[in-house]
Each structure stands twice: as structure tokens, then as C-alpha cells.
Design a protein. Structure first.
Length: 241
């Protein structure tokens, strides 16, 4: 029998492609997603993706999502405790579950931290994409039909004008020297809307871009039908349910 696996889900391209890669394997089966949510914003931590978009992604992937909810100014201790509690909820749902997969690409310190965390809580980590050449990986993602947009840009590493842009070949060609093609150093984060891991693409619309903490440029992506319902409500033509 294939081994059940929980996937750490950021809402971005690397997590989505990890799901696609794992589904090509006969020895594992992804049973669910686990995501960290910042409670005050109701968004995926770091990526800033709305919870309703997260739920639409999970539905398109055909998987349930377990939420680890943290406060805005969470300490590392609080983060670990909340994430560990979410892992226990996952294990209660799938009693044979003991493996969690991550979409990390090459940062050894992040991998070491995750391995230590998993060891403390009785989980085995899996890194299907680790060691990938990120230029080749980006090309493979695009050729495979993945569609994503930059939802967060670290303006200390990349110009804010890149926020909201599609993750495509034109963007990869335009990235300055020293910026990783997959943003693995934290230069940017993405919101995925289509690809072979989804049964159907999500229709997303970009909203405003705002600068937070004097550094991170976030572009707000909403489900397109939510945008239309809100606009119609303002015009007096329809009311959202």
C-alpha cells in the first residue's frame, strides 16, 4: 500500500509542483494539505493569500486542508506549538500518517530546521524537489502548464514593480542577476491558479498592491466571482450570499 503523506501547502508554485511530483509516484499518496494562517489577516502566512483562495486551491486539488492558525506577531515557540497541534489533528484524521512533504528546493538551513522539528514531534520529512536546478525547474513548471502570479515581493531583493506579475518566461528573463528563478531565497512568493495538480483552473483577479513592514509588496488576489459579486453589490445589482 502507498504511504500516506501530508503536504505543507503555501499556496505557491513550489508546493503545487511538489503535489504534482508526488502524484507521479506509486509509493506515496497525498491525503491532505497543511497550511499556516495568520489569524488577524485571514491569509496564508508570508504569501498573503486569502483563505478563500486557499480553500479554492484545495478543492481544485481534491484534498482537505488542515489549518495551523498563528497570531500576527507569533514567536517561533508559538508557531511550533500551533503547527504541531495541527499535525496532531491530521494524525487523528489519518492514524497511519507520519510523513510530511515540503517543497523546499536547496536551502540547507531550512531543511535542517524542518528535519529537527519533525524529529521532535515524531514525523518523517520528505523533500521531493530538494536539490533541483531552479532554472530547469521553472522551465519544467511552465512547460507543464503551471500558472501562478507573484503575490509577494521582498523589495530588499527585487523591485516592487514585479509584484502582481505572472510567473512566466518573460518574468524569468526579466529577473536581475542574483535573483533565483524560483525565488528560493525569498525574493518573491507566488499564488498558483492552474496546473496539472488541479482539476480545473482558478479564475483570479489582482487587486491593489500594498507595502507592509516597509519591505514586502503584497498583491491581493481574489476569486474573480467574489470580485464581481462585490462590484454588483456596490452597484445595487446583486447581493453576495
Amino acid at each position: 500500500m502507498p504511504e500516506p503523506v501530508l503536504l505543507s501547502w503555501s499556496g505557491g508554485k513550489d508546493a503545487a509542483w511538489t503535489l504534482h511530483v508526488l502524484r507521479q509516484r506509486a509509493d506515496v499518496v497525498v491525503v491532505g494539505l497543511i497550511t499556516t494562517i495568520t489569524e488577524e489577516f485571514q491569509r496564508i502566512s508570508m504569501q498573503g493569500i486569502r483563505v478563500e483562495v486557499l480553500h479554492a486551491q484545495a478543492a481544485a486539488a481534491g484534498l482537505p486542508v488542515i489549518e495551523a492558525r498563528i497570531p500576527q506577531q507569533a514567536t517561533n515557540a508559538i508557531y511550533e506549538a500551533r503547527f504541531a497541534a495541527a499535525l496532531e489533528r491530521a494524525r487523528a484524521r489519518w492514524p497511519t500518517l507520519s510523513t510530511i512533504a515540503f517543497g523546499d528546493l536547496f536551502l540547507a538551513d531550512i531543511r535542517t530546521w524542518r528535519e529537527a522539528f519533525c524529529a521532535r514531534h515524531g514525523w518523517a520529512p520528505l523533500f521531493p524537489l530538494f536539490g533541483s536546478n531552479t532554472s530547469a525547474l521553472a522551465a519544467t513548471m511552465l512547460a507543464g502548464g503551471l500558472r501562478a502570479d507573484l503575490c509577494c515581493v521582498d523589495t530588499g531583493q527585487l523591485d516592487a514593480a514585479f509584484a502582481g506579475r505572472a510567473f512566466d518566461q518573460a518574468l524569468c528573463d526579466a529577473l536581475p542577476d542574483g535573483v533565483d528563478p524560483c525565488g528560493e531565497h525569498g525574493e518573491f512568493h507566488t499564488c498558483v491558479s492552474a496546473g496539472p495538480m488541479f482539476t480545473a483552473p482558478l479564475e483570479l483577479e489582482a487587486g491593489e498592491t500594498v507595502l507592509r513592514d516597509g519591505r514586502f509588496a503584497y498583491t491581493d488576489f481574489k476569486l474573480a466571482h467574489v470580485q464581481r459579486m462585490q462590484a454588483g453589490s456596490r452597484d445595487g445589482k446583486m447581493q453576495p450570499r
